[in-house]
Design a protein around this ligand. Structure first.
Ligand code: E4P
Length: 236
């Protein structure tokens, strides 16, 4: 499963990209507005930090205007994926951009029927919003299950299921069990995924016991000679 980070905050992106766990970024107009910065400037910085797909959303609602915005966004960097809303105009723009070789993320998907249309329109990603469905007492994960099942029936559908509106680690775990290709996670959710109280407690105990031995693995700081196998791994 690929992890995208759902934020336009460059400092957060830099910090999380350093973990080596980040495959891409998704932004939306609300996330960009939160930064208070110029969209194109932020987008170009993000594209330099993360080499994977970076979703940037159009603000227009009519196809021609979406195409103009989409082409402008795609011109910022080769890894920009243009985000369009799941509307008739959005899907027309999706088809046209996709035919031009530009990646498209179809956003604001709330039904399996909509997901079928996006796949037929040549979307690179479909973004079903699990959290916003859960918020209205609908089952967000059931939608992911339906879309994954439907897409699997049609090998010519190349659209990847990008689980969006993720609120907590269990959304990620459940989506992974269902075989979703990507989860876009807010920074706090990715950080929460590291956490387990038994990890903290176990580490504390190991460190306390290790201190009692009085030993140091690296000794005086000089690198120890490597075994022939380790040396080979180092060279590889
Ligand atoms: C990302 O592509 C979506 O725009 C985002 O996940 C929506 O999340 P929200 O429902 O928390 O705003």
């Amino acid at each position: 499963m690929k992890f995208f980070i759902d934020t336009a905050d460059v400092a957060e992106i830099r910090d999380l990209a350093a973990t080596g766990l980040v495959d891409g970024i998704t932004t939306n107009p609300s996330l960009v507005a939160k930064t208070g910065r110029d969209f194109i400037e932020v987008l170009s910085e993000i594209c330099e930090i993360v080499p994977g797909p970076i979703s940037a959303e159009v603000a227009a609602v009519e196809t021609e205007a979406m195409l103009a915005e989409g082409r402008r966004l795609a011109s910022v960097a080769g890894n920009v994926v243009v985000k369009v809303p799941l509307t008739p105009d959005g899907l027309k723009a999706c088809r046209a951009l996709s035919d031009e070789g530009i990646g498209v993320n179809v956003t604001l998907c709330f039904s399996a029927a909509q997901a079928i249309l996006a796949a037929k329109a040549g979307a690179t990603y479909i973004s079903p919003f699990v959290g916003r469905l859960d918020d209205i007492a609908s089952d967000g994960l059931a939608l992911i299950s339906d879309i994954v099942e439907i897409y699997e029936c049609y090998p010519d559908f190349t659209t990847e299921v990008l689980v969006a509106s993720v609120r907590h680690p269990m959304h990620v775990v459940d989506a992974a069990k269902l075989g979703a290709h990507v989860a876009t996670v807010p920074p706090n959710v990715l950080r929460a995924m590291f956490k387990h109280p038994l990890t903290d407690r176990g580490l504390e105990a190991f460190l306390a016991d290790w201190a009692k031995t009085g030993q140091s693995i690296v000794g005086d700081g000089e690198p120890a000679a490597l075994s022939p196998a380790a040396e080979e791994r180092r060279r590889a």
